[in-house]
Design a protein around this ligand. Structure first.
Ligand SMILES: [Ca+2]
Ligand SMILES: [Ca+2]
Length: 190
């Protein structure tokens, strides 16, 4: 009698154990499946949001270039300091990365800048030290990084031209008086 009870208890326990193990395995599988589905749905939602944001940015006149940064040319002309400040209002800066990268610059000229017939400020100047052009990112200009117009930058032969811009139609670079009001291109980092 005592042996029967023990056997039954043992049997019941091992049945319970194997049921529990099976249930745990099912739960793991279900959890994995649910997680995968959740991940897929989240990715789809993020992609959809990204698409909508891009569409919205386009409506607002921002152009997403191949480096994923956003660019906009402002044509209500401003001097260099005003250009800097206006870009900052949009959480952006005068363009640097898209100007240094020749492929992106070509893209920006073709898609944004060439629709204007006026000079366009970029984030490059030698205001701190005459003759040493610095990008707004804090890096010094490396020789060959921008294609200057012939004879430029000339500082207007000592006349104090410290701010770089892209010349309309030639699409090469020149230094100009920072007080001159020009178009300007802002860059919002991805
Ligand atoms: Ca200068
Ligand atoms: Ca010049």
């Amino acid at each position: 009698m005592g042996t029967d009870v023990r056997d039954e208890t043992r049997n019941a326990t091992s049945l319970l154990e194997s049921n529990l193990m099976a249930a745990a395995k099912d739960l793991r599988n279900e959890t994995r499946k649910a997680t995968r589905t959740l991940e897929r749905n989240l990715m789809a939602a993020v992609n959809e949001i990204y698409k909508r944001i891009t569409a919205l940015e386009q409506v607002l006149g921002w152009y997403r270039a191949g480096n994923y940064n956003l660019y906009k040319v402002f044509t209500e002309r401003a001097n260099y300091t005003e250009s800097l400040e206006n870009c900052e209002k949009y959480g952006a800066r005068l363009a640097v990365d898209g100007i240094i990268d020749a492929t992106i610059l070509r893209d920006l000229i073709d898609n944004l800048i060439n629709s204007t017939d006026y000079g366009t400020y970029v984030g490059l100047d030698d205001r701190a030290k005459e003759g040493t052009f610095m990008w707004l990112s804090g890096k010094p200009l490396i020789a060959g990084e921008v294609r200057w117009n012939s004879g430029e930058p000339n500082d207007d032969l000592g006349g104090g031209q410290d701010c770089a811009y892209i010349r309309a139609e030639a699409w090469n670079f020149d230094d100009h008086y920072c007080e001159t009001k020009l178009n300007y291109i802002c860059e919002k980092m991805a």
